[in-house]
Design a protein around this ligand. Structure first.
Ligand code: ADP
Ligand code: MG
Length: 235
């Protein structure tokens, strides 16, 4: 079971989502960009990544490289992504195949070092809130140990209302602080946008931090503009 959330004296946010592929990384890039525009010293982290590419330097995650490019070009890659696995499968299975135990304690130690010179750290989870990291631990345990408020990214597609409400319920029941949620239009032709936003808004107590419309390509400045107004709930 997930232990009670341990509030941290330092600042950061933990970005989770209704699923994999819902816009967590784009949200992290948007938040990092928006915070930097305000003159904040920020760091980003992707503690566990699967589907990584082998390179001469070792395994590399596109998510982690994107985060490093936006906040952390001066940092060793391993500080941003301590656990990288090649197969594009669930992290607990990838770790088992690699004979590795994902240690939340180790991730926390790396995150503390990373965050030392930062005013705010933005940490991207993997998959959704209850994704296993090992035989007993989950992403939610990692979030609890880091102790940061949680941002839930809702990828707008059919089924997302259920995923959003269940995730919000679980986050709150675990004792974490749900700082707010981001509506990410991952489907250009999503038909019930207004109804979906109204429904989620009415049923999740935490504020909507932003709405990011469908964009034909990743544009950090535009992402930042869509998330800017929500920063007051996390900074
Ligand atoms: N606002 C958006 N507009 C268009 N496509 C998006 C948007 N947000 C995300 N996507 C698409 O969804 C994919 C998954 O987004 P990503 O941030 O990588 O999700 P996650 O980190 O949750 O797996 C992106 O590669 C992109 O193609
Ligand atoms: Mg991602």
């Amino acid at each position: 079971m997930t232990p009670d959330h341990q509030p941290s004296s330092r600042r950061g946010v933990f970005v989770t989502g209704t699923d994999t592929g819902v816009g967590k990384t784009w949200t992290v890039v948007g938040l990092l960009t928006a915070l930097q525009r305000r003159g904040q010293r920020v760091r980003g982290m992707k503690p566990v990544a699967t589907g990584c590419r082998p390179t001469e330097q070792g395994l590399r995650s596109d998510d982690a490289l994107m985060i490093q490019a936006h906040a952390g070009q001066d940092l060793p890659y391993e500080w941003i992504n301590p656990y990288a696995f090649e197969p594009p499968i669930a992290p607990a299975f990838a770790a088992r195949q690699a004979g590795v135990r994902i240690s939340i304690t180790r991730i926390r130690a790396v995150e503390r070092r990373l965050a030392r010179a930062a005013e705010l750290t933005v940490v991207e989870g993997i998959g959704g809130w209850r994704v296993p990291l090992g035989p007993r631990s989950c992403v939610s345990d990692l979030a609890a140990r880091l102790g940061y408020p949680v941002v839930l990214v809702v990828g707008l597609r059919l089924g997302c209302i259920n995923h959003a409400l269940l995730s919000a319920e679980a986050i709150e029941r675990d004792g974490a602080v749900l700082a707010g949620w981001v509506a990410m239009q991952i489907d250009r032709d999503y038909r019930t946008l207004r109804d979906t936003l109204d429904t989620v808004k009415a049923r999740i107590r935490s504020p909507q931090l932003g709405f990011v419309p469908w964009m034909s390509r990743l544009d950090p400045e535009a992402l930042a503009s869509h998330l800017e107004a929500g920063l007051r709930y996390i900074v």
